[in-house]
Design a protein around this ligand. Structure first.
Ligand code: SF4
Ligand code: SF4
Length: 456
């Protein structure tokens, strides 16, 4: 765990103000140890539980699921450039005949109704003949569970939309807005799928059950442009945009869509500019992560309570296929191996007490994360990546988290971090590329503001 000396600048006066940030107890103080944040009184905060720490040698078990992720298979009618599933070894696909056996097994391992059930592909609507009877039966069995599905939107139709609406689904359409051409085919370019997507939007958006999910990559760096795209498409300034973070690198396509070192600073400046000027306020990864980071400082959230960003290292988050195989997560298959050589099939629902997540590494078992100032925002990138793919994903995640970090600190103190001193690589210290470095002795005047306006 680590403490950092942060050089900040007051954009109203150009005054340079040094402060300390500690990622282990989420304290933000002046150099005399006085808190710069009005923290919530200790008597009013509950102590958060420690997160489970999983690794190959200390595998995590699973319990009856609070969040149940059902993988229908990895088939997809698209082949997107940076898809996390693109090179995952495929199972024999599941089919409608698997549904009855799966449903019959639930009584043995689902002890109380799940809060949320997610239906995953590949492209889940490729499996509509399986999805319909499965979701129908699960809706009867668990009437209160939140249902969700993420689709590329290309196979939506009026009758499928009606069914998704009737069953209470929340639907996310994966689409990168102005960067969709980088990702893959564009369902909005086809009149039928465009009409079906917008029909579903009109049905579900007023019920807050629809989002467009977009990802950033090196050819799609502007959240402001993404937000403008969807506001214009829907005519709705309150459009929900899910995800909105920078891609992880799962293969060579993901690496080629990752930031190059010479792009780190310009990306961070652009992202901070978009966030600071309210041009990314409809995007979940901005809204949720700024709120979460601000609250980490207000509630002094200990790092020990941090699980991985996706939550698949929780005991009660389970990904399964219809054959009952328990998987690392919904993006892998029972026949795939993780980078550490362990099978992504981590057990079977018939022996839930034997499930052991050996494919993942909690951030506390990585050498870099405990010493990273972005830990409270990033939470360790993808838990099963290793080697060069993890390093590239970590670099993306660092640059992605820094503008959130800066925005949260400015929101609370009026001060913008420009330089971070501590046990981290030199290349990570200069936040926006304004200083090399700015001395943090309080006497030095730097003038990095106004933040250069980056064309949207
Ligand atoms: S940016 Fe990298 S080192 Fe920092 S918490 Fe994320 S994955 Fe770990
Ligand atoms: S382990 Fe988590 S972050 Fe990694 S691919 Fe699976 S869901 Fe995504």
């Amino acid at each position: 765990m680590a403490k950092f000396l942060i050089t900040t600048v007051d954009p109203r006066t150009d005054e340079v103000v040094p402060l300390h940030y500690d990622n282990s107890d989420s304290s933000l103080t002046d150099l005399h140890g006085q808190s710069l944040v009005r923290t919530v009184d200790a008597s009013l905060r509950s102590t958060p539980a420690s997160a489970p720490v999983t690794s190959k040698d200390t595998p995590l078990g699973k319990t009856s699921p609070r969040v149940l992720k059902i993988s229908l298979g990895l088939s997809c009618n698209y082949a997107c450039e940076y898809c996390s599933q693109r090179f995952v070894a495929r199972n024999v696909d599941t089919n409608p005949e698997d549904v009855d056996g799966f449903l019959a097994s639930l009584k043995d391992w689902v002890m109380s109704p799940p809060e949320a059930i997610e239906f995953w592909g590949g492209e889940p609507l490729v499996y509509i003949k399986t999805l319909r009877p499965l979701a129908q039966a699960l809706r009867e069995k668990y009437p209160e569970a939140r249902f969700s599905v993420i689709t590329n939107g290309s196979l939506l139709s009026p009758s499928t939309n009606q069914w998704l609406d009737d069953l209470g689904f929340t639907v996310s359409v994966s689409h990168d807005g102005p960067g969709q051409h980088v990702r893959g085919p564009d369902p909005l370019a086809e009149p039928d799928s465009r009409a079906a997507i917008l029909d579903l939007y009109r049905r579900l958006a007023p019920k807050e059950r629809f989002s467009f999910n977009a990802m950033l990559n090196r050819e799609n760096q502007s959240r402001a442009a993404i937000q403008s795209f969807f506001v214009e498409l829907t005519g709705d300034s309150d459009v929900h945009i899910g995800e909105g973070g920078f891609v992880d690198a799962y293969d060579s396509g993901g690496i080629s869509q990752s930031l190059r070192p010479e792009e780190f600073h310009s990306f961070r400046r652009q992202a901070f500019h978009d966030i600071r000027n309210g041009k990314a306020d409809r995007i979940a990864s901005v809204r949720d992560r700024v709120t979460s980071f601000v609250n980490s400082l207000r509630f002094k959230r200990p790092a020990s309570s941090l699980g991985q960003k996706c939550g698949m290292d929780r005991h009660d988050s389970i990904a399964v296929d219809l054959k009952g195989n328990v998987l690392t997560c919904q993006n892998v298959s029972a026949t795939a191996l993780a980078p550490n050589g362990e099978s992504h099939r981590i057990g079977h629902t018939s022996q839930l007490d034997q499930v052991a997540l050996r494919t993942a590494t909690h951030w506390s078992h990585r050498s870099e994360c405990p010493n990273c100032p972005m830990l409270q925002i990033c939470k360790g990138a993808c838990m099963f990546l290793e080697g060069p793919l993890w390093e590239v994903s970590c670099n993306n995640a660092y640059s992605d988290a820094l503008p959130i970090f800066a925005a949260g600190i400015e929101f609370l103190t009026g001060l913008v971090p420009v330089y971070i001193e501590g046990d981290l690589p030199d290349a990570r210290k200069d936040v926006f590329g304004f200083v090399h470095p700015t001395p943090a002795d309080g006497s030095h005047k730097a003038k990095p503001f106004p933040i250069p306006v980056v064309a949207a």
